[in-house]
Write a protein that binds this ligand. Structure first.
Ligand code: NAD
Length: 460
């Protein structure tokens, strides 16, 4: 394990700066080689990664392939497209610039820092790393201390396949983060909660370091009457209870048209039994809460509203049953904080305007879900609300589309990534304008006498 003393951190950053200055990372073939190495490293350690995620979160193997190891698709996508992304792009010039050519070059930023969360502790480190490598940077990674097994595996893998002067993992908690944030980086990519995001941004500001902040929030899920009820129920149950609700874009609460609430609630209860059986604690397909602190926080939420189904807990296993909750007050803690666990409050509305007003009275969410086939309603909700992203008639799937930028707005984050977006955030767009020598009109040079009408005409 790398020593995280301040002096050592400064030395790692310095070594990475020296590595970056060799220019090695600017070579596109080098980058592609590193992405291929990353893919190989993941494939060769698949079992160790699965075991670590099971030890940290009791994640079902199926979910690990779908939501953590599935990241290989992003690696492949970057390998496939990098040569196109890296090509200088021609920019148009207006007629006054007829003797010029304009291009935009994507250049790497230098040494970047990635700080990760615990809920998808493998994916949410590797995914930005793909962008950092593709864009030609050196990278320091700080995984979450709350998923220690995954953090160790990441450290082992990266140390085995990469020179620490190019990519290094520094394990540790808040203290390690704080020490890292003293250093000057060329970009900081942070995934975590809004409160810590503010701390990271304040530290970055001292060095004028740009940040990408992938934060959380309360993502609403609106359910209209114009739906396929059976599909809606399955998609909501899956999106909410995957990883025991510890997903940044999980539907946080439901806003349901009161005409369909009874059928929806009945269906959700049936679906929970279909997915996890009568005793979800015995189901091999249901994860656990990451830590005692988060378990206690969620257990406190159970005091709010009335439990429809679920509510059972086992502290020794950090198990909380999938739970549906009715009659919550908007002032209850469960409706004030991001839930980030397997508790689903259900709120009814009689007019969509009420649902929209509730969403707009709160910080902008990371995701907004709408279940409705009604085109006018879809248009209305899209126009009247703001959120990081929207997924209509499904949940979570927007995360997996490489061509869609993924990120928040307002309190749910700054910047977005995935696919080319990941390459872009770790690159600087350098504008290059070139003139030629075949002509040098003197209209812009002093003396200006007699030239005023010309400049006025040009500007007009
Ligand atoms: P967190 O903010 O507590 O921790 C994230 C990282 O920051 C960890 O590596 C941690 O060690 C570090 N950290 C904690 N306190 C710090 C401090 N004072 N100074 C510097 N660094 C510090 O978040 P978490 O609990 O790991 O993750 C849960 C949150 O992350 C939720 O709000 C969730 O919505 C959000 N999240 C967002 C996304 C996204 O893609 N937008 C993805 C996953 C999670």
């Amino acid at each position: 394990m790398i020593n995280t003393e301040l002096s050592n951190i400064a030395e790692i950053v310095l070594n990475q700066r020296k590595f970056f200055q060799t220019g090695k990372t600017k070579d596109v073939d080098f980058r592609i080689e590193q992405l291929k190495t990353l893919k190989l490293a993941i494939l060769e350690h698949e079992q160790a990664i699965i075991q670590a995620l099971q030890a940290d979160l009791h994640k079902p193997e199926f979910e690990i392939y779908m939501t953590e190891l599935g990241i290989i698709k992003e690696v492949d996508y970057a390998i496939k497209h990098l040569k196109t992304w890296i090509k200088p792009k021609k920019a148009a010039v207006s007629w006054e610039f007829f003797s010029y050519s304009a291009r935009i070059y994507s250049e790497p930023l230098g040494v970047v820092l990635i700080i990760g969360p615990w809920n998808y502790p493998f994916n949410l480190i590797i995914s930005p790393l793909v962008g950092a490598i593709a864009a030609g940077n050196c990278t320091i990674i700080k995984p979450s201390e709350l998923a220690p097994h995954t953090s160790h595996v990441l450290t082992e893998i990266i140390a085995k396949y990469f020179d620490p002067a190019y990519i290094a993992v520094l394990e540790g908690g808040v203290e390690t983060s704080e020490k890292l944030l003293i250093e000057k980086f060329d970009h900081i990519f942070f995934t975590g909660g809004t409160a810590v995001g503010k701390i990271v941004m304040a530290a970055a500001a001292k060095h004028l370091t740009p940040v990408t902040l992938e934060l959380g929030g309360k993502s609403p899920c609106i359910v209209d009457t114009d739906i396929n009820l059976e599909h809606t129920i399955r998609r909501i149950t899956w999106g909410k209870f995957l990883n025991a609700g510890q997903t940044c874009i999980a539907p946080d609460y439901l806003l349901v048209d009161n005409k369909i609430k009874k059928d929806l609630v009945n269906g959700l209860q049936k679906c929970l039994k279909e997915f996890y059986g009568d005793q979800p604690d015995k189901s091999p397909d249901y994860a656990r809460i990451i830590s005692q602190k988060h378990f206690d926080r969620l257990v406190n939420f159970l005091k709010n509203g009335e439990i429809i189904i679920g509510g059972e807990t086992k502290s020794s296993e950090r198990y909380i049953a999938p739970t549906l909750i009715d009659n919550v007050s908007l002032l209850d803690p469960i409706m004030q904080e991001e839930i980030f666990g397997p508790l689903l409050p259900i709120i009814e509305y009689t007019d969509i305007a009420e649902a929209i007003a509730l969403i707009n009275s709160r910080p902008k969410p990371l995701a907004l879900y709408l279940f409705s086939q009604n085109k006018n309603l879809q248009k209305h909700v899209l126009q009247e609300t703001s959120s990081g992203g929207v997924c209509i008639n499904d949940t979570l799937m927007q995360f997996g589309v490489s061509s869609l930028p993924f990120g928040g707005v307002g309190d749910s984050g700054i910047g977005s990534y995935h696919g080319k977006g990941s390459f872009d955030i770790f690159s600087h767009d350098k504008s290059v304008l070139q003139n030629s020598f075949w002509l040098d009109l003197k209209w812009r040079y002093a003396p200006y006498k007699g030239k005023l009408p010309l400049i006025k005409k040009l500007l007009g």
